[in-house]
Ligand binder design. Structure first.
Ligand code: WT7
Length: 649
């Protein structure tokens, strides 16, 4: 379809880019033919306390799985993000913080950020935090969130950031899993003009923890909201740092020491603690940030994500700061106070690069050209997207409105597990096709395989795998290495399985077709259907539940829930509301179902397996494409489900 529309590299890029197309191919070929040599060189972009002599030590074999990069080197991630910039760029802006209310912003220089991080790092030490401890961060988008993450990195504590939109139950689960004893939060946050309770959620979460005892809760008293206070446990951030020195030596960390854990959903079980380490992760985050965004010193770069997701970790914080960039941290939402906010921020702060999720683009696109009405936008040089497939219409709208037809769009495909971008255009090197994440980044070896693991050549469609390691790869599932092996290395022998399907066209461009497992991507947020289902069946009224995704104009995928109530209960609007609230409370507002359909029964095979394929088709309004249903234990439930679906819509 849109395969024909090719957007060539604009002339002004071709003239002053880091790399043109020919140079990309040259460097890419080298990066895979001499992977060891390429990465030996790239590791040099960081400052090492003890230089590495080893580079790559990797095996993807199921029975001998190991992934180590730069394993005999040591460094400190925070020192690489701060200290080494002080001599030449100490007064450059590290973080440009933009508040929820228009007109409110703050610039924090590298020197100031360094001092703040050292003070808080000393504060954490004074609370007894040591190298290797897991510190949970549950924070709004305020500079202290970045300070907290970097302070952990400075002293070698492992941060575990939990998105501030998650419920107390979800927070407690993650604290328990990480055996985390220290938590950093704020009394409240502010988003879209509304207050977000945080400390109250934390108090509930701490009470729910059963595998860990939370000794200390550090609270940034950010808003004027009054919150309950436990003097034994709670500690005011301002008071804590006021007593500390701004000198804090950076801990020497082995390249393979953990930097952070970040929980993400899979097709089964509870969320997994994705573990990233220090040397390889930072090398990869910094390299991709520079090349994908063609970043030039002094530019203002805005990644409109939340630090609660990996995009925030790698592209608000670590990648840009390792490169001495000016990174924008925006507290609010794209449509507050109105839909022109994104454009206004770009004009007010003369932003050069905007990196934002397709779901936000589609939400703005629903307003026609209003989001850019009256805006100048001439400061913009480059646009990016991340988190889910972008439909060509939204791509073109973004290109025409925000990009004024002259800014390239880098559509970056990657995952929490991959640490940073994997398939992506490079703005000076790649002609673009709307909707395609185009080509692999340096060192990345994608392949498509059929369901038996046979590698497909040429133009093809299949399961997306990665054949070799890259330094930013996750190293394990925290506390459960077997689950790491089972999840990623057991489906296809000797390959990392992404869980995504993809198509490769005749030009070698990749088109992600979406997850092939039971993982949903709702507004760019990843959720396991199993997680939603187990939350639902924990409700006393629910006998059985099945959750599937269905196409949704703005969210990409919507959440479609089939519920069988206990036999003595009648479906009602009131029950629907209860179940919706239940999911919000158990997981968080991002888990709010879009549709709840009552199901007298679920379509199952004779062995009792739910046939989700059928449920997905019904939810997508494709009841004429159900395929073979003769293997069902009771085919008549399908008729019922189709009728109930028709009544709903
Ligand atoms: C899943 C990973 C990437 C960081 C934020 C999300 C989907 C991500 C794209 C893209 C098509 C994409 C994939 C992937 N995805 N980026 N550019 N085009 N799909 O990280 O929460 O770990 O989710 O998001 O399905 O597997 P995540």
């Amino acid at each position: 379809m849109s395969e024909q529309t090719l957007y060539p590299v604009p002339q002004h890029y071709a003239e002053q880019t880091l790399l043109n197309e020919e140079e990309y191919f040259e460097l890419y070929n080298r990066s895979v033919e001499d992977s060891e040599g390429f990465w030996r060189e790239q590791g040099q972009r960081l400052d090492w306390i003890k230089p590495y002599t080893q580079v790559k030590d990797v095996s993807f074999a199921r029975d001998d799985l190991h992934i180590r990069w730069y394993a005999d080197g040591s460094l400190n991630v925070a020192a690489n993000c701060l200290d080494r910039h002080l001599a030449e760029h100490g007064d450059s802006t590290a973080i440009l913080w933009v508040g929820d209310e228009p007109g409110v912003s703050r610039e924090i220089s590298y020197r100031e950020l360094h001092a703040d991080v050292c003070r808080f790092a000393n504060g954490l030490k004074s609370l007894g935090v040591q190298k290797g401890d897991v510190v949970t961060i549950y924070m709004p988008m305020i500079p202290e969130a970045a300070v907290a993450m970097l302070a952990c990195a400075r002293i070698g504590a492992i941060h575990s950031v939990v998105f501030a939109g998650f419920s107390p139950e979800a927070l407690a689960g993650r604290m328990d899993d990480g055996k985390s004893r220290v938590l950093i939060t704020a009394n409240a946050g502010v988003r879209g003009g509304r207050s977000v309770v945080l400390k109250e959620n934390v108090d509930k979460a701490v009470a729910l923890c059963c595998e860990t005892t939370v000794d200390k809760v550090v609270v940034v008293n950010y808003t004027s909201d009054k919150v309950a206070w436990n003097p034994e446990r709670d500690c005011d951030y301002g008071e804590l740092v006021a007593q500390q020195s701004d000198d804090c030596p950076a801990e020497a960390m082995n390249a393979e020491d953990p930097l952070f854990i970040l929980y993400t959903s899979g097709s089964t079980g509870k969320p997994k603690g994705v573990l990233h380490t220090s040397g390889g992760y930072l090398t990869y985050a910094s390299l991709t940030h520079e090349y994908v965004f063609d970043y030039r010193h002094g530019e203002r770069y805005w990644c409109a994500a939340d630090i609660g997701w990996v995009t925030g970790h790698s592209y608000i914080l670590y990648g840009p700061l390792a490169n001495g960039a000016t990174t924008v941290m925006y507290e609010g939402v794209p449509n507050y106070p109105d839909v022109t906010r994104v454009a206004q921020i770009i004009d007010e702060h003369k932003i050069d690069i905007l990196y934002i999720a397709p779901t936000a683009i589609r939400a703005l696109m629903a307003e026609g050209d209003k989001p850019v009405a009256g805006a100048d936008l001439s400061s913009l040089r480059l646009l990016g997207t991340v988190g889910e497939p972008i439909n060509p219409e939204a791509w073109k709208w973004y290109h025409r409105t925000f990009g004024r037809g002259r800014c390239p769009i880098v559509d970056t495909w990657w995952q929490t597990e991959t640490g940073a971008a994997m398939l992506t255009p490079l703005p000076g090197a790649t002609a673009l096709k709307p909707g395609s994440a185009t080509r692999p980044f340096f060192g990345v070896q994608p392949a498509l395989v059929d369901n038996d693991g046979n590698i497909l050549d040429g133009a093809a469609e299949g399961n997306l795998v990665l054949l070799d390691s890259w330094p930013g790869q996750m190293r394990t599932v925290f506390g459960d290495h077997q689950r790491f092996i089972d999840t990623y290395f057991s489906t296809f022998d000797g390959m990392y399985f992404t869980g995504d399907g993809a198509r490769r066209d005749a030009d070698g461009y990749y088109w992600i077709t979406g997850r092939v497992d039971d993982v949903l991507n709702v507004s760019g947020h990843r959720m396991g259907t199993a997680e939603l289902e187990s939350a639902l069946v924990a409700h006393q009224a629910v006998a059985e539940a099945a959750v599937v995704g269905y196409p949704h104009d703005i969210k990409g995928q919507g959440i479609y829930v089939y519920v069988t109530l206990n036999s003595d209960l009648e479906p009602s609007e009131e029950m629907r509301r209860q179940l919706r609230d239940w999911l919000r409370a158990e997981i968080g507002p991002i888990a709010t179902p879009d549709v709840i359909q009552w199901a007298p029964g679920l379509p199952k095979t004779r062995s009792g397996k739910i046939m989700r394929r059928i449920l997905r088709k019904i939810a997508a309004d494709e009841c004429d494409q159900l395929g073979d249903i003769s293997t069902l234990a009771d085919p008549s439930v399908v008729r019922q489900l189709i009728d109930n679906h028709a009544e709903l819509t």
